[in-house]
Design a protein around this ligand. Structure first.
Ligand SMILES: [Zn+2]
Length: 321
């Protein structure tokens, strides 16, 4: 009997414990539906994540309105990045197109040759001597060259010799486009001889040849004392000469494209206008001592306008003879 009593007591205690647990469970369900409250009230160990979340919320600034209450209709703005300018290498403006040069009726003697060595210059001269007298040949004297750079631009250090060559090459093409043969005293960056005296003597000998119809010398001016002085000038040897007529015809065209060009013809006892046996002019295209003109004279578009004016003026003179 004692063993039966013991078993009965254990069963009763067990049932009581079950009943107590059931009551607690029911109480939980009735009050909150879940047992989360009981957990947070310390009945169960604290969830470590909960306080962290609270601290985060307290430390953060006021909630972003866009996140908490953004209207549903508001669509996020698509920000397209501003097209950033891709830096490109500065490109030189394209060289202006030169005139169309016709084919010479003499295959070995083109209307113009603008590039070559001093030997090529000599060869060219021998070919031109073979042309019949009826053909018009223009002596184009390209000032300075090689060791003799001529005057130098004050702001850009550009040499007169380089500008003379650039302008003369374009001018030769314009004369050639009008079916005039052109002889250039140099066709590259070199002097015509080993020293200045020999260079001048060689040019003078060429100017004495009786094969040319007109002579045009190309130079650039400079005036160290007054940088405001500018403008193209055309020189002839003396008043009342054919050279003066040629100079008038040329400056008339230049003044159409340049407001600073001097309208009157200058005269001077200068080798390049004195020595040629044909009508001769010296074109001082502008002043390298003047800031604006120094830049202008290196502008291929202005060079093109200038040579067109010189060629048109020379053509007017040649047709008026
Ligand atoms: Zn010069």
């Amino acid at each position: 009997m004692r063993q039966q009593d013991l078993i009965r007591k254990v069963l009763v205690v067990g049932i009581l414990v079950l009943i107590v647990l059931l009551v607690i469970l029911l109480a939980c369900l009735i009050t909150n539906g879940t047992c989360s409250n009981a957990v947070n009230n310390g009945i169960l160990p604290m969830n470590s994540a909960a306080p962290t979340a609270v601290i985060d919320a307290e430390n953060s600034a006021s909630p972003e309105p866009a996140e908490s209450s953004a209207p549903v209709t508001e669509t996020p703005e698509i920000v397209t990045p501003e097209p950033t300018a891709v830096p490109t290498e500065p490109t030189e403006p394209p060289e202006p197109q030169g005139p169309v040069i016709p084919q010479s009726p003499y295959p070995s003697i083109p209307y113009c040759v603008t590039e070559g060595t001093m030997q090529d210059v000599h060869t060219r001269l021998e070919y031109l001597k073979q042309l019949p007298k009826s053909e018009t040949i223009i002596l184009l004297d390209v000032g300075h060259g090689g060791f003799d750079g001529g005057t130098v631009g004050i702001d850009t250090n550009a040499t007169e010799a380089d500008i003379n060559l650039a302008i003369s090459r374009k001018l030769a093409e314009y004369f050639a486009s009008k079916r005039y043969y052109v002889f250039m005293t140099r066709m590259g960056d070199y002097a015509c001889a080993s020293d200045k005296n020999s260079d001048m003597r060689w040019r003078k000998n060429v100017m004495k040849l009786d094969i040319f119809d007109i002579s045009v010398s190309i130079h650039q001016n400079a005036l160290g004392t007054d940088r405001s002085v500018c403008g193209a000038r055309v020189y002839s040897y003396k008043n009342g000469t054919e050279g003066e007529k040629l100079a008038k015809a040329v400056i008339e065209e230049i003044t159409k494209i340049s407001s600073t060009a001097r309208k009157n013809v200058y005269t001077g006892n200068l080798m390049v206008v004195r020595e040629p046996i044909c009508p001769a002019i010296l074109v001082e295209c502008g002043f390298l001592s003047n800031h604006d003109e120094e830049l202008l004279l290196q502008d291929p578009n202005y060079q093109q306008q200038l040579v067109q004016a010189i060629a048109d003026g020379a053509e007017n003179y040649l047709k008026s003879r």
